[in-house]
Design a protein around this ligand. Structure first.
Ligand SMILES: NC(=O)c1ccc[n+]([C@@H]2O[C@H](COP(=O)([O-])OP(=O)(O)OC[C@H]3O[C@@H](n4cnc5c(N)ncnc54)[C@H](O)[C@@H]3O)[C@@H](O)[C@H]2O)c1
Length: 328
């Protein structure tokens, strides 16, 4: 029995989750249940990651997982992670401008990225912090890793919301619904009805066009709908589960094709911009960017969504110029 621990440590994967808030906790919970990776939760607040890790460990005997969870405020404990999920950030507070939020979160994501990459230079990074596509740029610029290893989570969540609403509309199992959402993570996202199906049948053959528009609008406002219901805080169960679907695809090398925010370098006619498109995920992160044959209308909507991301990137560049340190 004594040697089992060492043998297990050699084969189990290691995932760090930075930010032990609502989304970080949900990621850790969903991943713990998968039972193939040990998890390190990191937060700036003392006691929070330690408390969540211990609580989740104590769910193990009941739910039947052996996942080792560690909570820490010290990045050395994250060393040699295979994958790092970045959920740290603050929510917009009353009186805070969009630029104030952007500046605060980019400073948090930059500092976190520096520290995780120093400890785990071979890790794949999944960025979750908002504004998502802009934070992917910050992580990518800071990490100095190939684009294949700095990936944003948004499309899996947005398409899960779209799938849910389609299944609710038709009264069918979500298992039979596939859906695709492209673009930036915001109200300019592009739900693609033509590429969304129930048992292989495109939804325009099943749902009247006007109703599809309503479902698309609800999908694009999916995050805001939850915020308005919760009053404090934002969604975390579905975001956590969505991150874990990406973690599975990468660490179990499944080759799943999922919409993710990736740095486009000419694909979809976009260059140097993080935008959500379908990618094949497997060992090492992005293995392929899948090019869909978009109609003129869909391509225009994607360009519009990319322009909204570009605006945020420009705002960050302006902040960098105004900042005497020369950084963001
Ligand atoms: N991409 C998506 O689809 C998606 C979905 C949901 C939420 N989000 C975003 O994820 C982020 C987290 O949301 P949440 O609901 O968990 O928020 P939360 O406030 O519950 O948790 C954020 C955590 O980050 C920690 N933190 C702040 N600064 C830090 C630092 N420098 N180092 C380490 N930890 C730090 C905080 O202490 C807090 O525990 C937000 O930016 C949110 O907008 C994105």
């Amino acid at each position: 029995m004594g040697s089992d621990g060492a043998a297990k440590a050699a084969i189990r994967r290691k995932v760090t989750v930075v930010g032990a808030g609502m989304v970080g906790g949900a990621v850790a919970q969903a991943l713990a249940l998968r039972n193939y990776a040990d998890i390190v939760l990191v937060d700036i607040v003392e006691g929070l990651p330690q408390g969540k890790a211990l609580d989740l460990m104590q769910a193990g005997p009941v739910l039947g997982y052996d996942t080792r969870l560690t909570g820490t405020n010290d990045y050395t404990e994250t060393a040699a992670s295979d994958l790092v999920v970045i959920t740290s950030g603050i929510a917009r507070k009353p009186g805070m401008s969009r630029d104030d939020l952007l500046r605060t979160n980019l400073q948090i994501v930059r500092s976190v990225t520096e520290q995780v990459v120093e400890q785990s230079p071979d890790a794949v990074l999944i960025v979750v912090s908002n504004p998502l596509d802009a934070m992917c740029h910050v992580a990518f610029d800071t990490a100095n890793l190939p684009r294949e290893r700095v990936i944003g989570m948004a499309g899996v969540l947005d398409s899960a919301r779209f799938r849910t609403f389609i299944a609710m509309e038709l009264g069918v199992s979500v298992a039979d619904v596939q859906a695709m959402v492209l673009g930036g993570h915001g109200d300019t996202m592009v739900p693609l009805s033509r590429f969304s199906t129930v048992a292989g049948i495109p939804i325009p053959e099943l749902i009247p066009g006007a109703r599809i528009r309503e479902i698309e609008t609800r999908t694009a406002g999916g995050g805001a709908e939850i915020v308005s219901l919760l009053k404090t805080g934002s969604a975390y169960f579905a975001p956590g589960a969505s991150v874990v679907q990406m973690v599975d695809a990468i660490l179990l090398d499944t080759g799943r094709v999922l919409p993710c925010s990736v740095l486009l370098q000419g694909e979809y006619g976009l260059n140097g911009l993080y935008v959500g498109v379908p990618v094949k995920l497997g060992a090492g992160g992005i293995q392929e960017i899948v090019q869909l044959n978009l109609s003129d209308e869909e391509a225009t909507a994607l360009r519009g969504s990319a322009a909204a991301v570009q605006e945020l990137v420009d705002s960050m560049a302006n902040m960098a110029m105004a900042d005497a340190s020369g950084g963001y």
